[in-house]
Ligand binder design. Structure first.
Ligand code: B3K
Ligand code: ZN
Length: 896
């Protein structure tokens, strides 16, 4: 397949004004009658109509009711003899498809006896022939017909206008969507489902019906999703003045889904993982994820649906913006400043552990890519998370109020349109003409066009006699595939200065009459910028890039003492956490390179690597009387193996693993009494609530338990593992239960086996909980190569089903993508396993296979023998003749 280029965009040759679809639903053979009103786009040159279709059986094509000639060219249905002129004409196409055979889960498919659709990005063409591109927006009317006994519930977008009985035990429902939409937002659902319902009245006084549809046994697990939906609606109204534009808003859950959820107009379809929750079966993280994904899909109703993308290169227009919105929603829901900071830290952690590597690897692409082979490969952390950072920087440059004004202008200008990333930034800037964003708009847009993570180097110099502190910031960005040279970005750097005692200093720049506040945002636009701070009475400690004000790597030569000062005192919670991470990262990197630090026969390093001062500092955070538990848990968690690996030029994953494990063990042993204290101190009282404060307490207690079990392994103590097993048995909620199970499994204690067996017996009928059971084992700490054989055994477990994406992810991805210490083996067996699974999955579900294929993106950074073996495994996949476009694109880029 050949690449699609952004600059080749041309408006469609025809418009489709309305679509009238009739479905006769049958798993083996569903019949689809598609009646469209079509007209020529007078702005385009006269040409044939080329409709896209895949895996369809075409039975009939009528133009204005009469037969017509047509050709099939690849995926295109080509109609040449169409009426001249601009007048609309009726085009009727009759096709059939086979939903039961659809293992790709794109288009119309069957999951556990229920029909679902997934049309984004290009699934609608697997349902009927169409101009399946987002800039063609049409009115939809849908008639669904099916067996009433098998499919009692028939849903599609918009309003239910009619329903009733048919002959032979069949029934029908007619739906009409009041809003025009692109085909990727079409959806239907048909099956045995039940709904939790909620009537709401908006601030504007409009009534809406909200529904969460699930399988009959799952109704008891829908309360949190419904609450999250109501909260999302209220939030979008309050923060952005955006109201629900539908009488009915539905969420439907399916257990077979390629990703998290989908924002189909009025009929969101969700992975069960992001809908179903009860305290007995879902963890605090699950509850938080549900809130954020429900919010995300709901927010798409405006950012994505009312205003959509002109073409798929603009994907971040809706995704980056909607992630930004869901992040803000979660922060607002979390409430306190420190809970907001915790959410920010978690978001940045995702960005730096997943997006930074992507930006430095073979799949690097700009937030607005220039070219793709398979669009499904571009639903990436760059489009989503870096895209959100690009919106966040605009937010910072125009301020909160200014951003709200910009959003208002964006909708005034573009409601009902399919537009570009440029249009968005332009609206935000135009609403704030005096802002730094407006001043530097063209340059700011390089964030959309240039890939790669910029580095900002900060050099400070203190002149005690003059009371002057000079800070020079300079930026650079490494080459990425196809982009050898980068131009300077617009980088907002929020900063403050602390004195040696950690007190915030008022900031006064050269030429300013008086000192201002203790924090400000400077904007780096040139290659470098020098700031002169005056009236600085002692050597300051700079706190730079506060709140992670730009998606960059900040290089500054901090001394350990300075970092300890920031860790103890920085008023910016993000930088306080960051100081601790930098300290631990520094130790890890030095130890990795230090050849005098050796691993024993068991692969372990039996040596203390953390200096006493750092251990004391960690203890001080852990015992701190004012800090929140959630924040403590983040500070006390070491940087991940993959984040550490990213800092190295050459990676020996086993060495990284050994060093990190040694650090973890040292923290476990030297803080034993403190962990025990933390465990006792953070026991729950009262009923389970998944709010930020209670979740934070459980998270810290969970970390404490993990550390106590780890320490017990080294000391031979049996008390804590025993206590942990006891907690596992009697835990009142899944968070506590799973944390206890995880502590036993991760520490390799012999009680792990009975605990796992018991957990399986308890939850064997709950697919989402079983996913956790599988994932925990596949993600377990490797000891002498024991994880791979365990993973292979799990694939043979009667509950393992490779066709179910959640289950495939829980075993295969947890091992290949999330467990580097177990995956990167000197004997290359992990890579062999990976190649086999990529090929196996590709035959079933290319989107899922292509995700897995990316597990070896960073192969060229690996040290030998890993490097050669990884490359060979990728080449083995690439050698297969009939790969999907999805996997082909990933492995081709990896080998380029
Ligand atoms: N827009 C969908 C993602 C569709 C992925 C298609 N491969 C979910 C979301 O971002 O809300
Ligand atoms: Zn989205």
């Amino acid at each position: 397949a050949k690449a699609i280029e952004r600059l080749d965009y041309a408006p469609p040759a025809f418009w489709i004004d309305s679509v009238d679809l009739t479905f006769d639903l049958d798993p083996a053979k569903t019949r689809v009658l598609n009646k469209m009103q079509v007209r020529r786009n007078s702005a385009a040159a006269p040409q044939a109509l080329r409709l896209l279709g895949q895996e369809l059986n075409l039975a009939r094509v009528l133009v204005n009711g009469a037969g017509t000639s047509f050709k099939i060219e690849g995926d295109e249905l080509v109609l040449e003899n169409l009426p001249e002129g601009d007048a609309p004409f009726a085009l009727e196409i009759f096709t059939t498809c086979a939903p039961a055979k659809n293992t790709q889960l794109s288009g119309l498919y069957v999951s556990q006896g229920t029909f679902f659709t997934q049309c984004e990005a290009e699934g609608f063409r697997r349902i009927t022939y169409f101009l399946d591109r987002p800039d063609v927006m049409a009115s939809y009317q849908v008639l669904l017909r099916a067996s009433k006994a098998d499919y009692p519930v028939l849903l599609s977008n918009g309003n239910l206008v009619e329903s009733g009985e048919l002959d032979d035990g069949r029934h029908f429902a007619r739906w009409q969507d009041p809003h025009k939409k692109p085909s990727y937002l079409f959806a239907l659902v048909a099956g045995k489902l039940v709904a939790r319902e909620q009537q709401i009245t908006s601030r504007a006084g409009n009534k809406h019906l909200l529904q969460v549809w699930v399988r009959p046994g799952d109704l008891g697990k829908t309360e949190h999703a419904m609450n999250s939906l109501m909260a999302s609606i209220a939030w979008d109204e309050a923060r952005f003045g955006l109201t629900l534009d539908l009488e009915r808003f539905m969420i439907v859950a399916t257990s077979d889904f390629n990703m998290g959820a989908m924002e189909n107009k009025g009929l969101n379809i969700f992975n069960t993982k992001y809908v179903l929750a009860s305290e007995a079966t879902a963890t605090d993280t699950d509850f938080a994820n549900i809130e954020s994904v429900v919010g995300h899909e709901y927010f798409h109703n405006w950012t994505g649906n009312r205003v959509t993308c002109r073409d798929w290169f603009q994907l971040s227009l809706k995704e980056g913006l909607t992630v930004f919105r869901d992040q803000e929603f979660s922060q607002d829901m979390a409430g306190s400043p420190s809970a907001r900071a915790v959410k920010r830290i978690e978001d940045v952690r995702v960005l730096r552990t997943a997006q930074f590597p992507e930006d430095a690897g073979p799949m690097a692409h700009p937030v607005r890519p220039d070219s793709y082979v398979e669009i499904n490969n571009f639903y990436t952390v760059t489009i989503y998370e870096k895209g959100a950072e690009v919106v966040r920087m605009q937010h910072r440059l125009v301020g909160r109020e200014g951003f709200a004004r910009g959003m208002k202008l964006y909708f005034e200008r573009h409601d009902g349109q399919a537009v570009t990333c440029d249009d968005f930034a332009q609206a935000i800037a135009d609403a704030n003409p005096a802002s730094p964003l407006a001043l530097h708009l063209e340059q700011f847009k390089r964030w959309y066009s240039q890939a790669g993570t910029p580095h900002v180097k900060a050099v400070g110099q203190y002149d005690a006699d003059a009371g002057r502190y000079t800070l020079t910031l300079s930026q650079s960005c490494a080459a990425t595939p196809g982009q050898p040279n980068k131009l300077p970005f617009v980088i907002p750097v929020a900063l403050g200065l602390l004195d040696a005692q950690g007190k915030a200093l008022p900031l006064q720049l050269d030429g300013e009459a008086t000192a201002g506040s203790t924090e400000r945002t400077v904007v780096l636009t040139e290659e470098s910028l020098t700031l002169g701070f005056v009236n600085v009475t002692s050597q300051p400690v700079p706190s730079l890039l506060r709140g992670f004000s730009a998606p960059v790597v900040l290089d500054h030569d901090y001394s350990d003492t300075e970092l300890l000062t920031l860790l103890a005192h920085d008023g910016d919670a993000f930088n306080r956490w960051e100081a601790g991470q930098r300290l631990m990262l520094r130790i890890a990197i030095n130890a990795i390179a230090d050849s005098t630090i050796t691993e024993g026969a068991n692969g372990q390093i039996d040596q203390n690597l953390l200096p006493d001062a750092l251990v004391q500092a960690m203890r001080a955070v852990l015992r701190h009387p004012q800090l929140d538990a959630a924040f403590k848990e983040l500070v006390l968690t070491l940087p991940s193996e993959s984040y550490i690996a990213e800092q190295l030029t050459q990676v020996d994953p086993q060495r990284v693993h050994a060093v990190r494990e040694a650090l973890r063990l040292q923290l476990a042993l030297s803080l034993q009494a403190d962990w025990a204290w933390a465990w006792d101190e953070h026991q729950a009282s009262g009923a389970y609530r998944p709010d930020a404060t209670s979740s934070g307490r459980r998270a810290l207690a969970g970390l404490a338990l993990a550390m106590l079990c780890l320490a017990a392994r080294a000391t031979g103590d049996e008390v804590w593992p025993g206590k942990t097993y006891q907690r596992f048995k009697i835990a009142a909620n899944m968070t506590d239960r799973f944390n206890a199970l995880s502590a036993l499994v991760m520490s390799g204690h012999e009680l792990a086996q009975p605990a796992l067996a018991r957990f399986h017996a308890l939850f064997k009928d709950d697919a989402l909980v079983l996913d956790k059971w599988f994932a925990l084992q596949a993600g377990s700490t490797d000891r002498g190569g024991n994880v791979l054989p365990a993973v292979k055994a799990l694939l043979k477990h009667p509950d393992f089903h490779i066709k179910n994406p959640n289950r495939a992810r829980s075993v295969i991805f947890s091992y290949c993508s999330a467990n580097p210490g177990a995956f990167h083996r000197r004997d290359a067996a992990g890579y062999v396993f990976w190649a086999e699974r990529v090929l196996e999955l590709d035959a079933l579900n290319p989107q899922v296979a292509a995700r897995l294929a990316r597990a070896l993106d960073r192969w060229s950074k690996l040290a030998e023998p890993y490097r050669t073996a990884a490359r060979e495994a990728i080449a083995r996949v690439a050698a297969k003749a009939d790969l999907s476009n999805d996997v082909r694109e990933v492995v081709t880029r990896a080998l380029a």
